[in-house]
Design a protein around this ligand. Structure first.
Ligand SMILES: C[S@@+](CC[C@H](N)C(=O)[O-])C[C@H]1O[C@@H](n2cnc3c(N)ncnc32)[C@H](O)[C@@H]1O
Length: 266
């Protein structure tokens, strides 16, 4: 069975506590693989334009939206299920001089608190792997998109070579994922909800290089900082290193991957 019992409550606990801070330490404020470059590639593939209304589902610290407002002058809207992240997003948006240009709401992305036919773009970066009901998520994204609007996201997925139940459970348990979609699974969900696929990229090979980078940062450069975040718990540090090494191995084998998808509401 490739599903865990993880719920939004468990994920919110991660992003309200030390684990979330640890992810920020190794990834930066944009808590996704590839940071600025990945956002730029996604924005270009999605053909983001000035003035568009963009809804970021799982907006976390708001760094994805701040990137879009600063570089593409969009109107930003963010939805996240963790109160601490929403408060931080509001605070950091103000700190970056962008107060008033992004609206954040607290809520579950499977029940989007905005009206239908409202956004030019629904955006997501490496976060929908945390969502229990991805079918509902895509159906909600399709509902709030205007006709001709674009759904654009990257996500951590089961890679093209697939994972055994045991390996999937190990990664999902460590990462606090309810389950991982696959690239093909997302393509099918888009189709089911009336979205036409424009881009579907398999990023698994570069994903493995990034896991190596994170492993190196924790073990070779930021060990002291990481240890402080986890209360100087050396056993936990070793366990984290072991799980990251396992994920690296599975990514190199093509079983654990990342995808970039763009679809249009016809
Ligand atoms: C990895 S972070 C997202 C990173 C962000 N997209 C970025 O690029 O900086 C994951 C976020 O997803 C949020 N999240 C997970 N499941 C959610 C759900 N069902 N509804 C709303 N937010 C959710 C968490 O609260 C957390 O802030």
């Amino acid at each position: 069975m490739k599903k865990t019992n993880v719920t939004l409550k468990d994920v919110s606990a991660v992003y309200s506590g030390p684990e979330g801070v640890l992810w920020e330490l190794i990834m930066g404020e944009q808590i996704h693989v590839g940071g600025f470059g990945s956002s730029m590639a996604l924005a270009q593939k999605a053909d983001i334009k000035e003035g568009q209304k963009v809804l970021d589902l799982c907006s976390a610290l708001g760094a994805g939206l701040r990137f879009l407002v600063k570089n593409f002058k969009v109107q930003g809207f963010g939805l996240d299920g963790t109160e601490h992240m929403v408060n931080e997003a509001v605070r950091r948006t103000e700190q970056d001089g962008l107060k008033g240009s992004i609206e954040y709401k607290l809520g579950d992305v499977t029940a989007i608190p905005w009206a239908e036919n409202n956004f030019d773009v629904v955006w997501g970066e490496d976060a929908w792997c945390y969502v229990v009901d991805k079918d509902k998520l895509i159906s909600e994204a399709a509902r709030v998109l205007k006709k001709g609007g674009t759904i654009s996201f990257t996500d951590w997925v089961e890679g093209p070579k697939g994972l055994s139940d045991e390996d999937a459970e190990r990664i999902n348990t460590f990462m606090k994922f309810p389950y991982m979609e696959s690239q093909k699974g997302y393509e099918a969900l888009l189709k089911k909800h009336g979205l036409t696929l424009k881009v579907s990229d398999d990023l698994t090979s570069e994903f493995a290089d990034y896991i190596q980078l994170y492993l190196d940062m924790v073990s070779k450069q930021l060990s002291f900082d990481a240890l402080r975040i986890i209360g100087w718990d050396m056993n936990m540090m070793q366990a984290i290193g072991g799980e990251m090494a396992f994920m690296l191995q599975k990514a190199r084998e093509g079983g654990f991957g990342r995808t970039r998808i763009v679809g249009v509401k016809e």
